[in-house]
Design a binder for this molecule. Structure first.
Ligand code: MG
Length: 525
């Protein structure tokens, strides 16, 4: 489901306490930089707390004042980044030759983060923030009214502003590169295109095979939308899943919000949300597993990195690999389904009468020619992303205009998925991202799936993956992730991390083979 992580650089408790537990840094200039950064990290933590409360608890009439509070803190953070002292210290660090590996990574990450504030004028940052907060409301209404024309003028403005941001950030050949790099360090549009051009035909072909198979849309009692799953029992199921996945409420919380998300409020405070559908148990089950995957990553990072630029996951793509790993590689596997089947049948006795493991497996891996990305199965999900990647790339390179988006959208839907959404609400208006100015974000969702499959293939060389899942003993799997992926935080860039963990660069074959094998079995291809 849709997950916009609210990024933060959380540190725990007070600045004083943090300074006692911080990693050992020798170089005095780096030390001074870390002290400056710690104030920014604390402000980010406060913003995350306000965002969490906004999404989970806020009374309807409280939103205006909350937006003033967040805007004020955002402006304070901008001022802290453009403080000449930070630039001075960074320049000095950049000329020091003898730094430890960790000190080098700290300086590298600060250079990257500060680049945005040094190069993009504050006026533009604030203009973008003001326009996108207005655009969110306009988009919400346009979506309800299925009225793209009312959203188009402000979307066009956002695209222009985002292009200016790209120009200020700088790029070699493609303005879209500057934006992709904000979400996935060093990623370029050309790299994305190479990967996606390989993935798209395979996915479209696999989808066609599934649709033509005899098992497609086969009768399944779980597809009956009249079924009701009591909400308190669904909550019990989610709590059980938290325990099973070793996500402890001593370091987190599970609440409800309209769009599930994970947020880091402090080194021992990583919270998740989920949403419940009274007629569909899989909504809350898989949203919860997905968000726990994000939370386990944040909680597994070396605690010495807290309050430094090495805290937090390294990129959105690697972050998404951790949520998709637990949701799909584990949660939608035959072995996991066989493990939770008795639990489901005990909790929801009436609804699971005459339901066997195969039916559950098919239900949670049901392939459809979907219109909506967040409801898409594993086979079509990537196609929804590739469509968005191509549109964003064309918008940034002025090859298409915002006024033509509904038409462009529908043509690509027909080509890749074979269906055309009946309304713009189910088409070009479905996602919140562009209204927020988050252009360049979408590709990380697909990269996450690709990384997850590649990590799984490596893990299987060390762990008897299927057996341990069937037993419901997930600790060996979590420990592998902690040691190989989580603990490093933002020390290694994504391309170095994937190389170190799997011995090779990102390779889409692992994902394509995984899908081919899994769906051939489920649909008897
Ligand atoms: Mg996610």
């Amino acid at each position: 489901s849709c997950t916009l992580r609210i990024r933060s650089n959380g540190v725990g408790a007070t600045a004083r306490q943090v300074s006692n537990t911080i990693m050992n840094v020798q170089n005095n200039t780096v030390k001074k930089l870390l002290e400056k950064y710690r104030e920014i990290a604390l402000l980010n933590e406060i913003i995350s707390t306000l965002h969490w409360d906004l999404n989970v608890n806020l009374p309807r009439k409280g939103s205006e004042q909350r937006s003033h509070q967040i805007t004020y803190l955002t402006s304070l953070i901008t001022d802290k980044w453009i403080d000449p002292e930070i630039k001075f210290l960074l320049d000095e660090c950049n000329s020091i030759e003898k730094l430890t590996q960790e000190e080098k990574a700290i300086v590298r990450n600060l250079n990257r983060a500060a680049k945005f504030y040094f190069q993009v004028p504050k006026k533009l940052i604030l203009e973008q923030s003001e326009i996108t907060s207005r655009a969110f409301v306009i988009w919400s209404e346009a979506k309800v009214n299925n009225d793209f024309k009312s959203f188009e003028p402000i979307l066009s403005k956002i695209v222009d502003l985002t292009r200016s941001v790209a120009d200020y950030l700088g790029y070699k050949e493609n303005p879209y590169d500057a934006l992709l790099d904000l979400y996935e360090p060093d990623l370029t549009a050309a790299q994305c295109r190479t990967i996606f051009e390989k993935v798209q035909p395979s996915l479209t072909q696999l989808l066609q095979k599934v649709i033509k198979s005899k098992s497609y849309n086969k009768a399944n009692p779980l597809l009956d939308s009249q079924k009701e799953y009591a909400l308190d029992l669904q909550k019990k199921l989610c709590d059980f899943i938290s325990t099973k996945l070793h996500y402890s409420y001593d370091e987190g919380r599970l609440d409800i919000s309209s769009h599930p998300f994970t947020t880091t409020l402090g080194r021992h405070d990583v919270r998740i949300t989920t949403r419940y559908d009274r007629h569909d148990f899989k909504e809350a089950l898989y949203s919860t597993i997905h968000e726990i995957g994000h939370a386990l990553y944040e909680l597994g990072i070396d605690k010495h990195y807290s309050g430094t630029p090495l805290e937090g996951g390294v990129s959105l793509g690697i972050h998404e690999s951790q949520s998709r790993f637990w949701e799909n590689q584990v949660g939608r596997s035959r072995e996991f389904v066989s493990y939770i089947e008795p639990i489901l049948s005990t909790l929801f006795q009436t609804e699971f009468q005459n339901v066997d493991q195969d039916m559950i497996l098919r239900y949670v891996n049901d392939v459809r020619q979907s219109y909506i990305r967040t409801e898409a199965d594993e086979v079509t999900y990537g196609l929804h992303i590739i469509l968005r990647f191509q549109i964003e790339n064309d918008l940034m390179n002025k090859k298409i205009q915002t006024k033509n988006l509904p038409e462009v959208w529908n043509v690509m839907m027909k080509k890749y998925i074979g269906v055309v959404p009946p309304t713009d609400r189910e088409g070009v208006l479905q996602d919140v991202h562009w209204s927020m100015g988050s252009i360049g974000y979408f590709p990380t969702y697909l990269l996450g799936n690709l990384y997850a499959a590649q990590f799984t293939a490596s893990m299987k060389k060390k762990i008897s993956f299927e057996k341990t899942i069937a037993k419901g003993d997930l600790l060996p799997i979590l420990n592998w992730l902690r040691t190989n992926v989580h603990t490093h935080g933002s020390m290694l860039f994504p391309k170095d991390l994937i190389k170190q963990v799997t011995g090779e660069a990102l390779n889409a074959d692992y994902y394509l083979e995984y899908l081919q094998k899994k769906y051939s079995t489920i649909y008897n291809l």
